[in-house]
Write a protein that binds this ligand. Structure first.
Ligand code: PMP
Length: 377
């Protein structure tokens, strides 16, 4: 890895950050707070929240088994993605490389920040090539993005490729693990200590069931976290979010129950979906959603909208022609989807040679079946 100073934009490296009232006085025991131009009425929302979310980070550190100093909290992990560009990439000069297809915000944030975004197409199994990634990298590449499990393909990305890029690329490697709790493989958090160029993203929006409170996590060695804290808005995580997240992390054993139910439903829903006549292929999933190739994605999507059921049509995305992305819901929600699709007119004809790929126990993708189904099944 290059020296961090060489990777960070010069204006960010030399930035004197804003210091808020709550940065200056961090204690909680004072009796009278007259330092932040707050309103003395309307307790507790009259007060600015902790800019560094210290109490929450202590709980997260224990759950994730990482040092508190390795944690950044953002307004969703989307905030952390945007910060990557603002910290590391000089507009019009530097570039970022990412697997394709993947989560759209890496490219959108690159565009917003005036940074060239290089898409490296994966193979038909949605796995990247180390050689292609390194061929896209040049002296101005600051960031390489991996998303594992990947959105929209839902599969774990080959770790040997990620590891080799971490070993050989001299810039920052971001591994977005938004869906790691469903993946059945170890997190890259376990490599943080030995890898100064690794940033791992996780979120409270998926397994934790808190997309509404907007809370994302970035994990890296303390030098990088320090720079992220310098660049973020002073009070990026509001008081209500910090309070609610605190309540939830105190009862985090609930999360595993939700994950277990979702994984069970995932297996069932994928099997049922694969039997539909409109389905051509269900791709393996290591996440709380799956991608399926259908005969006519637009028609299927529109039909489902009419039934009040919304999935995501990903057909315009590379390698995802005629593909729908389906999130795993509750059993009744999943049944509603399958029941509707069974009635869908194009689901009445016989289909040959459907490829069914589904996840085995513990969320590992393990079995591949080639079957013949009909709508009557
Ligand atoms: N990364 C991936 C791969 C995602 O799919 C999403 C949301 N769909 C995010 C990050 C953003 O998550 P958050 O809600 O934490 O901003």
């Amino acid at each position: 890895m290059k020296e961090l100073k060489q990777l960070v934009r010069p204006n960010i490296w030399s930035l004197s950050p804003y210091t808020s009232a709550r940065d200056e006085y961090q204690g909680k025991d004072a009796k009278v707070f007259l330092d932040a131009n707050e309103n003395p009425y309307n307790d507790p929302v009259n007060r600015y929240p902790d800019p560094l979310q210290r109490d929450l980070k202590v709980r997260i550190a224990a759950i994730k088994d990482v040092p508190v100093q390795d944690i950044f909290l953002g307004n969703g992990s989307d905030e952390a993605i945007d910060l990557m560009y603002r910290i590391f990439c000089t507009p019009g000069v530097d570039n970022a490389v990412a697997i394709e297809p993947t989560y759209g915000m890496y490219g959108v944030c690159a565009d917003i920040n005036g940074v060239e975004y290089r898409r490296v197409l994966m193979n038909d199994d949605f796995q990247p090539s180390y050689d292609k990634i390194m061929a896209a990298v040049d002296a101005n590449t600051k960031l390489v993005f991996f998303c594992s499990p990947n959105n929209p393909s839902a599969n774990n990305i080959d770790r040997t490729v990620i590891d080799r890029v971490l070993d050989n690329f001299d810039g920052i490697v971001i591994v977005d693990e938004a869906y790691i709790d469903f993946a059945g493989v170890p997190s890259y958090l376990r490599q943080l200590e030995s890898r100064p160029n690794l940033i791992v993203l996780q979120t409270f929006s998926k397994a934790w069931g808190m997309a509404g409170i907007r809370l994302g996590m970035a994990f890296a060695q303390p030098e990088i976290i320090g720079i992220m804290n310098k660049v973020k808005y002073p009070y990026n995580i509001n008081l209500l979010t910090q309070q609610r997240a605190m309540e939830e992390v105190m009862q985090y054993n609930r999360v595993q129950g939700w994950v277990d139910s979702i994984l069970k439903e995932r297996t069932r829903l994928m099997e049922e979906f694969a039997k539909l006549d409109c389905c051509i292929k269900v791709y393996p999933s290591d996440a709380n959603f799956f991608l399926a190739r259908v005969k006519d994605a637009a028609a299927t999507y529109n039909y489902l909208v009419d039934q009040g059921i919304i999935v995501r049509n990903r057909s315009k995305i590379a390698l995802c022609g005629n593909s729908l992305r389906v999130t795993i819901g509750t059993a009744p929600e999943n049944n509603a989807l399958i029941d509707s699709l069974k009635k869908f007119s194009s689901c009445t004809k016989k289909n040959q040679n459907v490829v069914v790929v589904f996840s085995g126990p513990e969320g590992r993708q393990s079995e591949v079946k080639r079957s013949e189904f009909s709508a009557e099944n």
